[in-house]
Design a protein around this ligand. Structure first.
Ligand SMILES: [Fe+2]
Ligand SMILES: [Fe+2]
Length: 372
């Protein structure tokens, strides 16, 4: 055990070592293969509208398509250095008011912090792009595995949406930022687990409820704080789709979970909780620290003990907790998931708006969204 690793209030030394022991084994890999074994389902029931809410969502999606190539102001210049100084990830947001004496940052001046900010932008947008590809392949799988025609119809529109999201994040990185990062190892493992599971509802739960629920909260946070007009508009457009996607997850799973046994529900509760903890604790800019010549083990404990970060991390659950409640996962059985979310300090979000209906608020009408 390294003597530089100290426990934070939330993560044990053992857990910290586990987090840092996972790294991307092949950063130059061009393709990545995941084996999965699931049943592709045909349905011979073509009654459109049998699942009325899914049908409504499908009709809505058909009218909500936008073109990533022509509907965004790509002509705008992005000054990454200025962005790095003014907002996004700064020393303050990473370390709060911690004393940096005796840390690797003691001698950092403005130049180093600006470079860090630029790398952090590249890293964050790269992870969004990779996550969007995860959504693209998961949704393609869902179209195959879900048993209802209304869900297959809707899922097909989501496949198109996700392709557009990968496209615009990749274009933004290529044309406006200054470098791609490979997928974070923890995000990669989580996506692998979600796509590998042979049960269609697990892919739904992992992607539509957990990953997309978190992404919607994270996009919303950046959308409301960034002053960069192109990114602001890009996120507004992506969020208008994402809100529908999370709604799809809630609507499709709600009925299905009524039929499951308590043991099966408990498995879903554990899956949801494990995904939540993985997303909360493990995205720690490790690849950025390495690029800047700093040992992650010297800096990650500082990040984890930043009280401002705890507030932001819990905010990421603002969509996940109410959606789990709507699915009945929070209180099923002996209320295992409620206890776990209480321990994590995120149960206060349980009565926030769930995304089953909320997507209407994100809709773009005449090129404008009601999202501020
Ligand atoms: Fe997406
Ligand atoms: Fe999505």
């Amino acid at each position: 055990m390294s003597d530089t690793i100290k426990p934070s209030s939330e993560v044990s030394i053992e857990e910290l070592e586990r987090i840092l022991s996972v790294s991307n084994s092949d950063r130059n890999e061009a393709i990545h293969t995941v084996e999965s074994n699931y049943e592709t389902i045909f349905t011979w029931s073509y009654d459109k509208g049998e699942k009325a809410k899914l049908d409504k969502l499908y009709e809505k999606a058909k009218h909500s398509m936008w073109n990533g190539q022509t509907d965004l102001p790509w002509e705008l210049d992005v000054d990454q250095e200025k962005l790095s100084q003014g907002e996004f990830i700064t020393a303050q947001s990473s370390f709060g008011s911690q004393d940096l004496t005796g840390t690797p940052f003691e001698k950092w001046g403005e130049k180093e912090w600006i470079q860090f900010g630029i790398e952090a932008q590249n890293w964050t947008l790269s992870q969004f792009m990779h996550g969007e590809q995860g959504a693209l392949v998961c949704t393609a799988k869902v179209v195959e595995t879900v048993p209802w025609i209304d869900a297959k119809y809707y899922g097909s529109t989501q496949v198109m949406d996700e392709a557009r999201h990968v496209e615009v994040f990749a274009k933004y990185l290529r044309e406006k930022l200054s470098g791609f990062y490979p997928i974070n190892a923890h995000l990669g493992l989580l996506l692998d687990d979600i796509i590998r599971d042979s049960r269609w509802d697990m892919t739904f739960l992992g992607m539509q409820i957990m990953v997309e629920g978190l992404a919607l909260a994270a996009f919303g946070f950046i959308h409301s704080t960034t002053q960069e007009p192109l990114l602001k508009q890009l996120l507004k457009y992506v969020m208008s789709d994402e809100a529908r996607h999370v709604a799809f997850g809630v609507l499709a799973l709600q009925d299905y979970y009524q039929q499951l046994s308590l043991a099966e529900i408990h498995e879903r509760q554990e899956f949801a909780f494990e995904a939540a903890v993985r997303m909360r604790d493990r995205f720690l800019l490790v690849e950025v620290w390495e690029k800047l010549g700093i040992k992650p083990k010297d800096v990650v404990p500082m990040i984890l003990s930043n009280p401002d970060r705890a507030v932001f991390q819990s905010f990421l659950f603002a969509k996940i907790v109410p959606n789990c409640k709507k699915l009945g996962l929070l209180d099923a059985g002996d209320g295992w998931l409620r206890k776990k979310f209480t321990e994590l300090g995120v149960i206060q979000f349980e009565d926030f708006a769930d995304t089953g209906e909320e997507y209407e608020n994100f809709a773009i009408a005449n090129g404008e969204s009601s999202v501020a």
